[in-house]
Ligand binder design. Structure first.
Ligand SMILES: [Zn+2]
Length: 682
């Protein structure tokens, strides 16, 4: 494909915005020459690197607090998966993609100077420190050092070629994580000066465009700093961001965007720039906004604000929800048809919002949703080696090609697996998905204990009170039903341990040193409060039964615990072009896919399940650790047009084709897939 066609593929709203951002940047130069601070080494690691920092008055207390980055380290399959990321694009992007390469504006160069450098860092920093990977730490350090050492005298950070607040909202997230992992003494003064600048400057240069709709990410890090410095100006700054930012709670208190958004609706054809309507229905903005109400509730202390999270999630589910745990956004809200797509940026931003919202609210159901996205939508949109990703993934994805797809506004490259299909935001931003999930598995509770909010194999080093505590979580969950947690306090110590009981886990069992524990299920967490001693063992068993969820046109999707299952269509991979160290791929179907299932809520529980060992590439098709068999018949009338499956037909359906048994695999293992099926009339 030539460069003109490639240009045509860029989401028009993004392309227009970049042009606008460029003209703004020229008009508002200069900020003054950057002042270089002497020395880039950091000699003051934190005295107690694992200590948990809680909300300070007047902020409302959280239910839980994230542990400082590095406290939770992946083990088992999760570490394998993060190693795949490090060996793939995640650990090599700067070597093959100029936008985050040596000429990046975030390294003082003349290259890309907007969101891509910060996006890359926001995932590279936690990936590097959770894997304790020196090569990746050194990569991240270059951008961190440049940013910390080139703060303007007035407090502004980042490339001087633009003054947009938005890319800085991402960089401050990366800096906060880096501070937690290293204790680098430069970070807090730089952030304090930057937020001081922002407080002075925002009245003259208020939030606009992306920054206006993503203010809560800025507010979150201002509150992070407040809890470390106690400077009341930071609360003032958060109030100003809230005042200037988009009112997401009002949008979802009376949600009007209940149908798929079209290009005509957002007036892309009228060259009006980005309207509030376009930005408020933009998928990534909505993913980020899921944390808006919880973040603001820390300042307001209001239960109405706390409830804003569920109100927003319920509305997105009701009108735009998909069986992989996501809402449709290709790249604006696109309804419930499972042939619509979800953008990868929205996947990772929704995960991050869920992690932060779970900490504030302590609602166990948020952990259920986080796992559903992390174990399905996230790995499902990468090649097994994580060298290529999609912009848009579809639950019913029957072809990956340049055929025009039913996207609301995205271009024809959107579901290719490649370096930067459609637009390079996801290329820069996907890195945060796995590392932040790993970092969020365990949290500190408001009452001085620890909480398992999502499950995967990991090791935790933290402190409870002033006592070091080591937890070791051994499990092959979500592929298996057993979780084995060893508690090792340095001294015998009393504290509450909370264990999330997933809402689907009927008959969940909790054992303490072999003896059954009664579960108080009404809180969504089993709480064990006792005097813990080294070697205490908690065992969890979550019965993984095949289940059934109803969706668009009364279709069904099959799950087993947090894993969603799909029919794996035969895949014929065709390289479209080489892209430096990687390549862009189309995938064409080499088998039939149009099946209707003979299932109901009772029979699905008895579906035959086969297991194979959990290998080093657990989300690949060849290593799929679990498979299900279901009864089906072909449905000839269900077709694809131009590579996109027709909307799943209204159930129930009838078919005269012979009955057959088909095998389903985890969603992520099937790069071509059917996830939402019509149901045969019984
Ligand atoms: Zn993106």
């Amino acid at each position: 494909m030539d460069s003109k066609n490639q240009e045509d593929c860029i989401a028009p709203s993004r392309r227009r915005f970049l042009k606008q951002a460029g003209s703004v940047a020229i008009a508002s130069l200069p900020l003054g020459s950057p002042m270089v601070f002497a020395g880039s080494s950091f000699a003051n690691p934190p005295e107690s690197p694992s200590s948990v920092i809680r909300n300070s008055v007047p902020l409302a207390p959280n239910a839980f607090y994230l542990l400082p980055l590095g406290s939770v380290r992946p083990t088992g399959w999760l570490r394998d998966q993060m190693q795949i990321q490090a060996k793939g694009l995640g650990g090599h992007l700067d070597e093959t993609w100029a936008d985050v390469g040596s000429n990046s504006g975030w390294l003082g160069g003349t290259g890309e100077s907007w969101e891509r450098g910060p996006y890359f860092l926001d995932g590279l920093v936690p990936l590097a420190y959770l894997l304790d990977d020196q090569r990746l730490k050194e990569k991240a350090q270059k951008y961190i050092d440049w940013t910390l050492n080139h703060q303007s005298p007035d407090g502004m950070i980042g490339p001087t070629t633009n003054t947009d607040w938005w890319p800085r909202m991402v960089m401050i997230k990366a800096l906060a994580q880096y501070q937690e992992a290293t204790g680098d003494a430069r970070v807090i003064p730089v952030l304090a000066r930057y937020f001081g600048y922002q407080l002075r400057e925002l009245p003259n240069r208020p939030l606009r465009d992306w920054g206006k709709f993503r203010w809560q990410d800025n507010a979150l890090i201002a509150l992070w700093l407040y809890n470390r410095t106690g400077d009341p100006h930071l609360i003032e700054l958060v109030r100003l961001l809230h005042q200037q930012g988009y009112d997401w709670q009002a949008q979802f208190a009376d949600f009007k965007y209940t149908t798929p958004v079209t290009a005509q609706m957002i007036k892309l054809d009228q060259d009006q720039g980005l309207t509030d309507f376009a930005l408020s229905t933009h998928g990534v903005n909505n993913g980020q906004a899921l944390k808006a109400a919880p973040v603001w509730s820390m300042v307001s202390g209001s239960d109405v604000d706390r409830r804003g999270f569920q109100q927003m999630l319920d509305a997105l589910d009701k009108y735009h929800g998909l069986p992989n745990g996501m809402f449709s956004c290709d790249e604006h809200l696109a309804g419930r048809n499972p042939s619509q797509g979800s953008e990868l940026c929205t996947v990772v931003e929704t995960m991050y919002s869920l992690e932060q919202s779970l900490a504030v609210l302590g609602d166990a159901s948020i952990g259920d949703r986080l796992e559903r996205i992390a174990f399905n939508a996230l790995p499902g949109t990468f090649t097994d080696d994580m060298w290529a990703h999609q912009y848009d993934q579809q639950p019913n994805q029957v072809e990956v090609s340049l055929h025009r797809k039913p996207w609301t506004t995205n271009g024809p490259e959107s579901n290719l697996y490649g370096l930067e299909p459609n637009f390079g935001c996801c290329t820069a931003n996907f890195h945060q998905g796995w590392p932040k999930f790993a970092a969020s598995l365990w949290m500190a509770s408001h009452d001085g204990g620890l909480a398992a909010v999502a499950y995967s194999p990991c090791d935790v080093h933290t402190v409870v009170g002033s006592t070091p505590v080591h937890l070791s979580e051994a499990t092959e969950y979500p592929f298996r039903d057993l979780i084995h947690i060893t508690v090792n306090p340095a001294n015998e110590l009393s504290f509450p341990l909370r264990l999330r009981i997933p809402s689907w886990a009927d008959g969940a069992e909790v054992r303490l040193n072999g003896a059954p524990v009664t579960i108080a299920a009404n809180e969504g967490f089993a709480k064990i409060e006792r005097r813990w001693k080294a070697g205490d063992v908690v065992q969890l068993k979550f019965p993984l039964r095949p289940g059934l969820a109803r969706g668009y046109n009364d279709s069904v999707s099959i799950d087993r615990g947090p894993l969603v299952f799909s029919y794996p269509i035969g895949e014929d991979w065709v390289k479209l072009r080489d892209r430096g160290l990687t390549a862009d791929w189309q995938v064409f179907p080499s088998s039939q896919w149009n099946y209707a299932l003979a299932v109901n809520e009772k029979t699905i529980a008895e579906a035959p399940v086969t297991e194979q060992p959990v290998g080093p590439s657990p989300f690949s098709l060849k290593e799929a650790p679990v498979r299900l068999q279901v009864e089906a018949r072909r449905l000839e009338s269900w077709r694809a047009i131009d590579g996109a499956a027709d909307p799943v037909p209204q159930s129930p359906v009838t078919s005269d084709e012979p009955p057959q048994s088909i095998t389903l695999v985890p969603y992520a293992a099937a790069k071509l897939r059917v996830t939402a099926f019509p149901v045969l009339k019984s």
